[in-house]
Design a protein around this ligand. Structure first.
Ligand code: M6R
Length: 602
């Protein structure tokens, strides 16, 4: 949440800042701002509201010949409403020290009170503003901005990645704890960012700052560990640029492009697993118990993983919300594996849960971002190769995660001697068949037409059973987050224990009704809804007279025999349904209100 982008050097500053902030807008888009600094002139600007970056950068002159330092920010509001005074950058009393910050300062109220008592004047309601005031205060004693920042770091509690500069001086300082900060260098100019994406436009040479590290950029860049008070040497790594190519192509949003990229994402993830992960995973001993954790969509994949792992490899699995797990007292030991699932690898609660269990059990992660915090916290990494996911709604990362969970189960099944290598290979070939079916479904479906029926609805119920119950949860999450229609997912049979009271002719009920051993049961649940005049949309992999009679609308998907592969197909119409409804309502699907792609605060 919140994106920070910085630059030191010469060039088309307006374009550099615009591109940098736009690439980070997925982290928050409540307001944006920058501070531009050099020894001749310094100024800042802020804009409130979504989509204001183009307007913001107009205050940067088209031509600046001198070298400049710029720090900039795109905000997802935590402390303080969405307003100009709360937009970053924030300053000290004299407006000399400027900061852009991602994270939360947990003891800011205590610090603020102390600073106010000795005369500091605060303009915003943010937690961030205590940092420049603390530095200002320390500077009176330390007389050195770098030492003043280090002293401030010793006092603040919480998570942060920030960039600081001082008016009229050739100084740029950045530090991080728990949140990402990447530095790029193209031989002349330095770039600083919350993720590598905006930097890859200029260079593939990057440094990922680690927790408790700080850099000081004057005439040269120097690195220190601020906790240990020691200088450290860091070298620039070379990034694989292909991983970071981001365009909408011919699509009008990232979300719809990412939905359509799923067949490719599945193929890439499968190949990478077979080439890079399979042999290493075979060397990992089979645990007695598995705990899966994650948030949102990643938590839903965990539920599907529970179903796969328990049925295929017969190991007990618990799936916990990361935000709950981190404050529980889980009973784990070295025979337990924690599998943390995260697309971004920067979700604060997921990292918190991993840290809680670190050293107590083995920690595996399923993650889409190779250099992320989740990956760094893991003992064993299972990478998804979905490619960068920019749309706030997770789509291709979800199907890639459940593929990894399926491959994980198959690998241990093979390790246990319960299937031969030939059988393992034939299961992998089945995945290639699945990819063809996903592709066919994306090209041949009636979802857009059916979406018309939901635009004016205020509620929707998603029902599924077995492995398709988490798909119902996922469908409901997609609809609510991008179309603002209240939606709930339920196990279909659980409906009669309460939610059935909501059903009338105004309630759309989306049933996932596929040919499996629970089919007869789900048909009974459909009858129960029909009797109460609910409007039924069925996602089916076959059509019978009974289904026709009960359904107001049917979305036909390709049939696949393997029950573990059905969710890859049932989820696609639900992603599309949410997309088309939101699109028809005129909502920006990539940046729905109140949300951010990467939730880096608790
Ligand atoms: O990056 P992560 O997978 O850790 O993110 C977890 C959730 O924040 C994320 O899945 C969220 O629920 C999405 N907006 C769902 O579409």
């Amino acid at each position: 949440m919140c994106g920070i982008f910085g630059f030191k050097g010469k060039g088309n500053i307006r374009e550099i800042i615009k591109n940098g902030l736009k690439a980070l807008e997925y982290r928050g888009y409540d307001s944006c701002g920058f501070f531009l600094n050099n020894d001749k002139f310094s100024f800042y600007d802020k804009k409130v509201g979504k989509g204001k970056i183009d307007e913001l950068v107009l205050s940067i002159p088209l031509k600046i010949d001198e070298e400049v330092i710029v720090i900039s920010h795109t905000r997802w509001a935590t402390h303080g409403r969405i307003s100009e005074e709360n937009a970053h950058p924030h300053f000290d009393c004299k407006k000399e020290i400027a900061i852009v910050h991602n994270g939360t300062i947990e003891n800011y109220q205590f610090l603020k009170k102390g600073l106010e008592k000795i005369g500091h004047k605060f303009i915003s309601q943010t937690d961030t503003e205590v940092i420049p005031h603390l530095i200002e205060e320390n500077f009176k004693k330390d007389k050195n901005i770098f030492f003043a920042v280090i002293s401030a770091l010793k006092k603040i509690e919480g998570s942060f990645a920030f960039l600081i500069t001082k008016r009229g001086e050739d100084i740029l300082i950045g530090a991080k704890k728990n949140l990402p900060l990447v530095i790029g260098f193209d031989g002349h100019n330095y770039y600083f960012s919350s993720d590598p994406i905006p930097i890859t436009k200029y260079t593939n040479k990057v440094i990922f700052l680690q927790d408790d590290e700080i850099f000081y950029l004057g005439s040269k860049i120097k690195f220190y560990n601020f906790k240990k008070n020691i200088q450290i040497i860091k070298k620039f790594d070379e990034l694989d640029m292909k991983e970071y190519e981001i365009t909408k192509g011919s699509f009008d949003s990232y979300m719809i492009k990412e939905i359509y990229e799923q067949p490719e994402a599945i193929k890439r993830t499968l190949k990478y697993f077979l080439d890079e992960t399979f042999e290493r995973l075979l060397k990992q001993s089979i645990p007695e118990r598995i705990v899966i954790t994650g948030c949102g969509t990643s938590w839903h994949s965990g539920l599907i993983g529970e179903y796969m792992i328990e049925k295929l490899i017969v190991i007990p699995v618990e799936v916990e919300y990361a935000s709950e797990l981190r404050y529980k007292s889980p009973v784990v030991d070295r025979n337990t594996i924690l599998i943390a699932i995260s697309q971004s690898g920067e979700t604060a609660d997921t990292i918190g849960a991993m840290k809680k269990l670190k050293g107590k059990c083995r920690i595996f992660s399923i993650c889409n971002v190779e250099k992320s915090s989740v990956v760094r916290e893991s003992d064993f990494i299972l990478l998804t190769k979905a490619g960068p996911e920019i749309g706030v709604a997770s789509t291709k990362s979800f199907t890639s995660q459940i593929l990894i969970l399926y491959l994980f189960s198959l690998t241990y099944l093979f390790k246990k001697g319960r299937i031969s290598k030939e059988k393992f290979n034939s299961k992998c070939n089945e995945i290639l068949k699945l990819v063809e079916k996903m592709d066919f479904l994306l090209k041949n479906n009636n979802v857009e037409k059916i979406a018309e029926k939901l635009i004016y609805k205020t509620n929707a119920l998603y029902l599924g059973r077995g492995i398709n119950f988490p798909i119902a949860l996922e469908g409901a999450l997609k609809l609510k987050e991008i179309s603002y229609i209240h939606a709930e997912g339920y196990p279909a049979a659980e409906m009669k224990h309460g939610p059935i009271a909501l059903i009338d002719e105004n309630m759309p009920v989306i049933f996932i009704c596929v040919k499996d051993k629970l089919l007869k049961k789900i048909i009974i649940n459909m009858e129960e809804v029909k009797t109460r005049k609910g409007f039924i949309i069925s996602i089916c992999d076959f059509i019978s007279e009974e289904i026709k009679k009960l359904s107001d609308e049917i979305i036909l998907i390709p049939h696949i025999e393997n029950e573990y592969l059905k969710p890859f197909l049932t989820v696609i119409p639900l992603q599309l349904l949410a997309y088309y409804v939101a699109n028809k309502k005129g909502i920006d699907v990539d940046k729905p209100r109140n949300l951010a792609k990467s939730v880096t605060v608790e």
